[in-house]
Design a binder for this molecule. Structure first.
Ligand code: EPS
Length: 390
């Protein structure tokens, strides 16, 4: 499953085209929009989310609620467009009184984008580098999630830290797959621990008062995967590479860990690797999941556990110094409406990115044409590896 997105933050709409979708996959309109709604939530979001009610309009690839096996076009309208039609006009001359963005924000794509594309207006860069684009990714990921759900695979995420506040976990790899979805979804920060949620909210309030922003960490967990997705033969085919690239493709992501991640580097081998065992019901299994569901660039069949770190949003209401690209004078960076914290939203975007990679990995192994053949191939494979005695 491949996808491309298009659209500016304050243009008419965002579009995603998802290709390589098998025929015969049932898509629920409600399910598609659920994740778009989840992406808009989270304590610390700014004014934009009060303007938008993100909904995906399907323009191709689905008939009577089932995929045709043709590219699916999804469109998410920008309600804010009506407030930007003059400044973001597609055709016509530049208005004489157009206020250009000339004070690039440290940490955003503004300055390097201006240099790279030879423009005198940071808006030509920030309109596309804005995290608004991730709404289109979430819409695309909805197709992949439906595909995975049909194969018994569940993808979810939760927040583990906001700024200086972290959720205490005795055994993060052991407990992560067992957090109650209700505890996650009812927390304003998508953190399963109530007290930590309250501490996180206080940290965000304090940051907002100071004109600051906060980053944090979140975890994506995938349950129900079969062993053997991905490949060990070449670097780019390792699922670790593909998943890492997908999560790093989300704006502001600065670190990605699989399973124990950096902690594995501090331990001896015997307290990192997961002993192998076998029983007649499950076939081969493991005594733990420090690997986070990946060995040799392939799924092990245990839960896939990915933790990512997001840096604080670069738009600061108490701005840092920058250089005006018009006058070349030192000034304060521009401050426009923004979020204090968007870590819960980043978790939803990561669910989508991870789902798209895993859907593609399933199709690499079990075929791409239609759901019936894919499911039959999957059943045959699962039955073989359970009974395999060599
Ligand atoms: C976002 C929409 C944006 C920002 C935010 C994420 O809307 P606007 O710029 O109109 O307020 O709230 O974008 C950024 C944090 C960023 O750095 O660009 C969204 O829909 O997620």
């Amino acid at each position: 499953m491949k996808f491309i997105t298009a659209g500016e933050s304050h243009g008419p709409c965002l579009t995603a085209i998802v290709s390589d979708v098998p025929a015969g996959l049932r898509i629920s309109e409600r399910q598609l929009n659920t994740d778009l709604e989840r992406r808009q939530q989270g304590y610390g979001r700014g004014g934009r989310q009060r303007i938008e009610t993100d909904r995906a309009t399907v323009l191709s690839g689905i008939r009577f609620g089932k995929t045709l096996g043709t590219p699916i076009t999804l469109q998410v309208a920008n309600r804010d467009w009506k407030n930007w039609m003059d400044r973001m006009s597609v055709f016509g001359p530049e208005p004489e009184d157009l206020k250009k963005e000339v004070t690039p924000r440290p940490g955003h794509a503004d300055l390097v984008g201006v240099l790279k594309n030879d423009t005198d207006d940071c808006r030509n860069i920030l309109e596309r580098s804005s995290a608004r684009e991730t709404a289109a990714r979430v819409a695309a990921g909805g197709i992949a999630k439906e595909f995975l759900a049909e194969l018994g695979v569940e993808v979810f995420s939760f927040v583990t830290g906001i700024g200086p506040v972290s959720m205490l976990e005795e055994d993060p790899m052991g407990s992560a797959p067992y957090y109650a979805p209700l505890d996650i979804e009812t927390s304003e920060l998508r953190c399963p621990d109530r007290q930590t949620t309250e501490d996180m909210k206080r940290a965000i309030d304090a940051a907002r008062v100071k004109g600051e922003s906060l980053g944090g960490t979140f975890r994506v967990v995938v349950k129900g995967l079969v062993p053997g997705l991905g490949d060990f033969c070449s670097g780019p085919e390792r699922l670790t590479s593909k998943l890492g690239a997908a999560v790093f493709s989300i704006p502001a992501i600065k670190g990605v860990e699989f399973g124990l991640g950096f902690e594995a580097a501090r331990r001896e081998g015997s307290s990192v690797h997961d002993p192998i065992t076998r029983n007649d019901r499950d076939g081969y299994t493991r005594e733990g999941n420090n690997a986070g569901g990946l060995e040799g660039g392939m799924t092990t069949g245990q839960a896939l556990i990915i933790t990512a770190a997001m840096k604080p949003i670069p738009t600061l209401m108490t701005p840092l110094r920058t250089v005006n690209i018009d006058t070349l004078e030192v000034e304060e960076a521009s401050k426009e409406r923004s979020d204090t914290c968007a870590v819960p939203a980043a978790g939803i975007v990561a669910e989508a990115e991870v789902a798209l990679v895993l859907a593609d990995a399933y199709m690499d192994k079990f075929g791409r044409d239609n759901m019936g053949d894919i499911k039959a191939n999957l059943r045959q494979y699962v039955s073989r590896i359970k009974t395999q005695s060599r």
